[in-house]
Design a protein around this ligand. Sequence first.
Ligand SMILES: Cc1cc2nc3c(=O)[nH]c(=O)nc-3n(C[C@H](O)[C@H](O)[C@H](O)COP(=O)(O)O)c2cc1C
Length: 447
Amino acid sequence: MGKKLLIHNDRVPGIHTLDVYRAHGGYASVEKALKSMTPDQVTEEVKKSGLRGRGGAGFPTGMKWSFLAKPEGVPRYLVCNADESEPGTFKDRYLMEKIPHALIEGMITSSYALGANQSYIYIRGEYFYVARILETAIAEAYAAGWLGKNILGTNYSLELSVQVGGGAYICGEETALLESLEGKRGNPRIKPPFPAVAGLWGCPTVVNNVETIAAVCPIVMMGGEEYAKIGVGKSTGTKLISASGHINKPGVYEIELGLPVEEFIYSEEYCGGIRNGKKMKAVVAGGSSVPILPTELILKTAKGEPRLMTYESLADGGFQTGTMLGSGGFIVMDEDTSIVKNLFTFTRFYHHESCGQCSPCREGTGWMEKILKKILDGKGTLADVDLLWDIQSKIEGKTICPLGEAAAWPVAAALRHFKHEFEAYVKNPSSIKDVKHYYRLNNLVEA
Ligand SMILES: Cc1cc2nc3c(=O)[nH]c(=O)nc-3n(C[C@H](O)[C@H](O)[C@H](O)COP(=O)(O)O)c2cc1C
């Protein structure tokens, strides 16, 4: 049984309430930090812990915090990114829904470290019911004196609010999120300046993922060095994984980083193997944006070493033979899965969600969707397959924000590892099965 630090209490009846959460040791990190540590000491522990951002990029959290500008008389903000719109990712929702006080506790402890007196949780529009859960928990925390003026009789004060977004994937990108929080259209900003210097309303701001912020509580309680002993190398601590697809036990799992991928997929403790006794075909390991890998490459690296659930091991081999841990959205596909149909769904999503500011992303995602639809309609040519490769290669690195890459990488990886499936559909359109049913699911009509 792996160590659990974030959702160990998730099955305790009433854990969403302040009383039960407190009875299980909740808010101890706030007490410890505010009463016995300076803000810099909290940051120092986070640095020592090696915690890396759980929103997707894996940037070291302590380092990000230390970049925060601290000009005299200018407010600083902590903004929690609860937008969670990456297909295949639902771990933040689980944490907020089951244990909302774990996030609120993390917000207080982290805001104290950063010197923020007003913090926000920006949550995606579709999670309106989770926003209600958070608002109820925040009201409880205010009533009990964990939020508001002079928390625990100290001179530290914090106001915390929930802001519900409009349901746009782009608003998960941190600068688009800040625009949206300011009441504007969620268009990503050109960086620099980075939010640590000019973020919300032009003030120094840290944007962190829900899970990152919740992880600060166990770090403060156990100390950064102890936390860093969990995991492997630069992948320290535990990680929430949203497991979905053709597995026997889909759900949210907390794993110790370093767990072998094979154990995660096949052991009864986690995914419980592939549904209906089928063989596994491929895995998207870190949310829809990361490169898909065929079975042989997700279980073992190209060097033949067992692939581990770590930032480094999953990335081993670069994009030729590796992938990314990303947001931990682990989508497993069995032998009956059509990679072309799957890619079409992802691409359609990115086209729909592109904010439209940059032409390579706005136009490229649309053209990739059109070509994939043409192939699925049985009208594709081999030149279309080449064109698909060409278009994706012209998006990467040419956009203001990484949504362009998020759309291009899945196309590149599907072509890299499964080009034969695209070619087979083009050469033999009668092999394209169940496409009408598939279109109905996607609310589409056949051409
Ligand atoms: C298109 C796009 C969508 C994103 N969506 C999310 C999201 O839903 N949640 C999240 O935490 N980070 C998301 N990110 C990453 C954020 O920009 C940012 O890196 C992250 O919130 C930083 O938090 P962390 O350091 O704790 O990971 C997204 C990035 C892009 C480009």
